[in-house]
Design a protein around this ligand. Structure first.
Ligand SMILES: C[S@@+](CC[C@H](N)C(=O)[O-])C[C@H]1O[C@@H](n2cnc3c(N)ncnc32)[C@H](O)[C@@H]1O
Length: 257
């Protein structure tokens, strides 16, 4: 048994199985639609922050975007480069990236913006995004309000690979105060059962430190940087304005022309 691992380093080969239930095609279709509604640029230069194994990049390329992926994990970027040989990739912390290029669309999916930790790093990420956008460009990301994570939220999914049953569990944990929330991840691999053979399970535990935010603060930070932002309900099937009380949003932050 290996008790610890990191899903983005020595367990990166499991990442896509972990996300087997994520509707990447639907998210990209909605992102492209939001871009068409909000962007005031002529181009389709696209940057995906915390791009992981490149699932969004691969689809956004088919939707006409010229894509660059940024991530701070060499292992995740290696998988992304294999998947998207025509895309460019940058190894960097998202709060510290520097680029002379200007993008029409920047995204950060799967709540990865919360990896900018602590709050001062998150504000730096927002500022770097602003600087990297073309005037009229759009930043789209999802975020969760800490008031929605007062108890532990757990999501479990399953996958079958190489004759093994894999169980993935993820959950945010918040102590009730401060600007840090933790993401707990676990993977269990159970080999297929064969009569008369003792089964040895493998399991890994992983924990990530993330920034807790409240939407009123997030909105104020975006405004102070110069963004015009719109909060939408976190529903990739039906775009509607945030109702002001749910804790899960899609943020559309536009850099004025
Ligand atoms: C939950 S995964 C999301 C991957 C991809 N966006 C997706 O939707 O499948 C989070 C990714 O963020 C990357 N990451 C974590 N902290 C980061 C940071 N500070 N700067 C850049 N990338 C980071 C991890 O390496 C990982 O690939």
């Amino acid at each position: 048994m290996i008790p610890n691992g990191n899903l983005y380093t020595n367990l990166s080969a499991y990442y896509d199985l972990f996300c087997a239930d994520v509707d990447y095609a639907g998210q990209c279709a909605t992102t492209s639609r939001i871009f068409e509604c909000f962007a005031q640029t002529d181009g389709r230069q696209y940057l995906d922050l915390a791009c992981g194994t490149g699932a969004h990049i691969q689809i956004m390329q088919t939707l006409g975007f010229t894509a660059t992926g940024l991530d701070n994990s060499t292992e995740m970027l290696a998988q992304a480069a294999k998947r998207c040989p025509d895309a460019a990739f940058v190894l960097s912390d998202m709060s510290a990236f520097e680029t002379a290029d200007r993008y029409d669309l920047i995204t950060c999916f799967l709540y990865s913006i919360h990896y900018s930790h602590p709050v001062c790093a998150l504000k730096q990420t927002l500022k770097r995004v602003y600087d990297a956008l073309q005037p009229g460009g759009v930043f789209i990301f999802n975020a969760v309000d800490i008031n929605g994570i007062t108890n532990r939220h757990v999501v479990t999914s399953h996958a079958v690979a190489e004759n093994s049953q894999l169980t993935f569990v993820s959950g945010w944990c918040y102590q009730g105060e401060g600007e840090t929330m933790d993401l707990h991840l676990s993977i269990t691999r159970e080999p297929a059962k064969e009569p008369g053979i003792t089964i040895q399970n493998d399991s890994w535990q992983d924990q990530h430190v993330m920034t807790a935010v409240v939407f009123t603060s997030l909105s104020a930070w975006l405004l102070s940087i110069g963004f015009e932002s719109t909060f939408l309900e976190h529903d990739y099937d039906c775009l509607q304005p945030w109702n002001g009380s749910s804790f899960n949003v899609l943020v559309v932050a536009c850099k004025p022309r």
